[in-house]
Design a protein around this ligand. Structure first.
Ligand code: PEP
Ligand code: CO
Length: 466
């Protein structure tokens, strides 16, 4: 059993020099070239008058759950789209994403016997950092697509122009998506009784889908067993609804500032655009605008930890973003790539441990494993993804640190974006069939389920060895 960290104050005290706009004195990487700054300011002012998307009480609830995870008593599942589209903020779009998140979550819970904290990359994951600011096609150079919150993916000058009105549309689509999400989480759809119904027809036919059906049968039996023993399962709300928190990369400080609100009761600031926000691997500069903005808010903060991260940088980020050493305030999301964790991860784990920060360590096995296939598609191999997760668990065992979570890009749709997967293996020649992502390749429902079984097994092994 790992030692429980001291219970810290979940409310975060902003540094005295911090203001919601103090980030403006720092360099912000990965920003669009806004053509009309006055229009941008008008939109910011409009958003600042809108109601919050999430409330401080909910954010503090997530902080408490993550504190448990940091103490080794839970597991974080953070999953969803790489880049949400405005057009997929529909009832069907949200339902299909929630369905696969529920399937993965139930397999992790059932397989590991641990509470799973569920956080979607959903209801606001619209902004994308890019490796190049422009894209060249047939000798024509245009600004890169930076997500629906900035511009549109079609390759025309008009579509690629950064349009500040899109910030407001992002707020509206987040709000509509969240509304459906909240309704589905509370109502019958998320009821454990429905575990079979979450398995869509096209998944059911696959190997992973059939395995899932067996697990769902077991869960149904376990529920019947509890009722037969006299447990009133009908009155247990935890069996009939779920809590799904929202998250996105806090890439556009103008948008995040407009939704950052002061809570008088707690004398603290909250970014009400999502429950959790994260800093990308390209924007984690200690003296940069993103770190400055997030250093003042109470929300849990994710930090993407890529292969270039040094132990000294990580220590400095911990000090800056979590000076009170509050358990679960930070989620370190390692995305190193298969074959690299054994060498790169131990010094990073030790650096954080030695400073007394009780962070959650989560594994993003997606972003270090992207490559362009022979057929020209940006893709990832399920085998690399699984390998990185296994390495992550092995290193954590070696270092005596709780492997606290997993961060995935997935979709409930029947897409062909990542290679591999059981008997229904996706090959390079299949990628073009349904390659629908607006940015990075996502696991389809069958691949997500296959991975979930593997992660549940790793979690179970890890805990039975304790
Ligand atoms: C992402 O999560 O979609 C992303 C761009 O990640 P990273 O910052 O780790 O590259
Ligand atoms: Co991505």
């Amino acid at each position: 059993m790992e030692l429980k960290p001291p219970v810290g104050s979940a409310v975060h005290r902003a540094p005295s020099s911090w203001r919601p706009d103090s980030w403006r004195g720092h360099r912000a990487e990965q920003q669009p070239d806004w053509p009309d700054l006055q229009a941008l300011e008008r939109v910011e002012n409009t958003i600042a008058l809108q109601p919050p998307l999430v409330l401080p009480d909910e954010i503090l609830g997530l902080r408490r759950s993550l504190a448990d995870v940091a103490a080794g008593e839970g597991f974080l599942l953070q999953a969803g789209d790489c880049a949400e589209r405005f057009s997929s903020c529909t009832e069907d779009g949200v339902r299909s994403k929630l369905r696969v998140i529920l399937q993965v979550a139930i397999l992790l819970t059932y397989g590991s016997g641990m509470p799973v904290v569920k956080v979607g990359r959903i209801s606001g994951q619209f902004a994308k950092p890019r490796s190049r600011p422009t894209e060249v096609v047939d000798a024509v150079e245009l600004p890169a697509y930076r997500g629906d919150i900035v511009n549109s993916p079609e390759f025309t000058a008009e579509a690629r122009r950064a349009d500040p009105e899109r910030l407001l549309r992002a707020y509206q689509h987040s709000s509509a998506s969240l509304n459906v999400l909240r309704a589905l989480s509370r109502g019958g759809f998320a009821d454990l009784d429905q575990a079979h119904a979450w398995n869509q027809e096209f998944v059911r036919r696959s190997d992973a889908g059939r395995q899932y059906e067996k697990a769902a049968d077991d869960i149904t039996w376990a529920l019947r067993f509890m009722s037969a023993c006299g447990v009133d399962t009908g009155s247990q709300s935890a069996l009939h609804q779920i809590e799904l928190f929202t998250s996105h990369e806090a890439l556009l400080p103008h948008y995040e500032q407009a939704l950052t609100r002061y809570d008088e009761k707690r004398d603290a600031w909250f970014d009400t655009s999502a429950h959790m926000v994260w800093i990308g691997d390209r924007t984690r500069q200690l003296d940069g605008a993103h770190v400055e903005l997030l250093s003042g808010i109470t929300n849990p903060i994710g930090i993407k930890v890529g292969p270039s991260t040094t132990p000294a940088q990580l220590r400095a980020l911990c000090e800056r973003l979590d000076p009170e050493r509050a358990p679960g305030r930070l989620v370190m999301i390692s995305r190193l790539g298969a074959g690299k964790a054994a060498e790169l991860l131990p010094p990073l784990l030790r650096a954080v441990k030695s400073t007394g920060h009780h962070v959650v360590w989560a594994c993003d096995p997606m972003h270090g494993n992207t490559f362009v296939s022979e057929s020209g598609y940006k893709t990832r191999r399920l085998s690399d993804i699984t390998a990185e997760v296994a390495e992550f668990f092995a290193v954590h065992k070696e270092e005596g640190v709780h492997p606290g979570g997993i961060h995935l890009e997935l979709t409930g749709d029947d897409v062909t974006e990542c290679l591999g997967g059981g008997m229904d293996e996706i090959l390079d020649t299949h990628l073009g069939t349904r390659y629908e992502t607006a940015c990075d390749p996502r696991l389809n429902a069958g691949q997500s389920i296959e991975l979930a079984f593997r992660v549940a097994e790793l979690l179970r092994e890890h805990h039975s060895a304790r």
